[in-house]
Design a binder for this molecule. Structure first.
Ligand SMILES: [Zn+2]
Ligand SMILES: [Zn+2]
Length: 347
């Protein structure tokens, strides 16, 4: 089969590799129908994720069809359409039973990091019963792709971690795919005010299309304006969806005393520097961490009800064989306007 293989920082190739096999009873081999490129893949490609070995097939966001299932797979069969979770979970260990699947003792973020990932024609999915979800026919591949990582991360870490509640005020800093996902999933909790902040006018426009109340450029005046819009004391929740170092400081200026900052950005450099000033930083709670992806069934139900528009997130579409072209485009978002880049099996 063909697969996207990482070699060294800056170097990946789309090449022939051996087909994956069922090697454990609970494995399934899934034929990839659609796959997306994540900011985490781009960080790996740049060499920023040290644990990724040369030769690793990348990718953790995909939709596919079960091609083979091991004898221990009970809930899925050959021919079933599934969305593959970015988080592999055994479903039986202490963290899994506590709902902390991201911390699974034999799982977590494995695909495209510690084991071969989904940017290929086929992938081996360990613990398939608890690491892939059956897709209803009415959820299209492009919408289902958002459920592997993007929407669960924005919802679990950003919205639930940031404790967005009905009537609350929410600011989303950074309107790339994850920021937009934070806006879409924050709306599920009926906040009274959503403010989007980004330097890129096209991204602000995307945020407006998702129905934010205010979309602003992060100028000097911005913090004061946003705080004024949020009742004069700042927002209940600020969701940080951009990994530039000074973004966290901006978040601390936007949140109300006692409010919450939820960080859904991809790190790789110091991300939480508190401002050094001659006053005390007001009390605030900071939420961050790897997604558990336990919200996939709930988000899948909303997707089936037509609550998520894939076109709001996916800016570019390619055939699976155009993987390198897609990576090239996704790695230059400023010039290309890329947000979520998705690839689809042809034929
Ligand atoms: Zn991802
Ligand atoms: Zn587990």
């Amino acid at each position: 089969m063909r697969a996207l293989v990482y070699h060294e920082p800056g170097e990946v190739s789309w090449q022939n590799v051996p087909d994956p096999q069922v090697s454990e009873p609970c494995d399934a081999v899934v034929r990839i129908d659609a796959v997306s490129i994540c900011r985490a893949d781009l960080r790996i490609m740049r060499g920023a994720v040290a644990e990724v070995d040369p030769g690793r097939i990348l990718g953790h966001e995909a939709v596919g069809t079960v091609a083979r299932a091991g004898p221990g797979v009970a809930g899925l069969g050959v021919g079933d359409r599934v969305v593959i979770s970015a988080v592999t979970a055994c479903g039986r260990c202490g963290p899994c039973l506590a709902g902390r699947r991201g911390q699974c003792l034999d799982g977590g973020w494995l695909l495209g990091r510690r084991i071969d990932g989904v940017q290929a024609e086929f992938v081996r999915v360990p613990y398939a019963d608890t690491s892939a979800h059956l897709l209803p026919r009415r959820v299209a591949d492009d919408t289902a792709l958002l459920l592997s990582d993007l929407l669960p991360t924005a919802y679990e870490i950003g919205v639930l971690g940031g404790r967005v509640e009905p009537g609350a005020s929410v600011v989303v800093v950074g309107c790339g795919a994850f920021g937009l996902a934070a806006i879409a999933t924050a709306k599920l909790r009926s906040p009274a005010l959503i403010v989007a902040i980004d330097k890129n006018p096209a991204r602000l426009e995307s945020a407006r299309r998702l129905g934010v109340d205010l979309a602003v450029h992060p100028s000097l005046q911005c913090a004061a304006d946003v705080v004024a819009a949020a009742g004069g004391i700042g927002a209940d929740t600020v969701i940080k969806a951009v990994d530039v170092p000074d973004a966290f400081e901006l978040c601390t200026r936007l949140v109300r005393p006692g409010g919450r900052i939820a960080d859904i950005s991809a790190h790789g450099r110091p991300a939480m520097l508190f401002p050094e000033e001659d006053r005390h930083v007001p009390p605030m709670t900071v939420a961050a961490g790897l997604v558990d992806a336990v919200s996939i069934p709930a988000l899948l139900g909303l997707a089936a009800a037509g609550r998520f528009d894939a076109g709001a997130f996916i800016t570019h579409r390619f055939d699976l064989d155009e993987m390198l072209k897609a990576y090239e485009l996704a790695s230059r978002p400023r010039e290309t306007g890329a947000s979520k880049v998705a690839l689809f099996r042809s034929g």
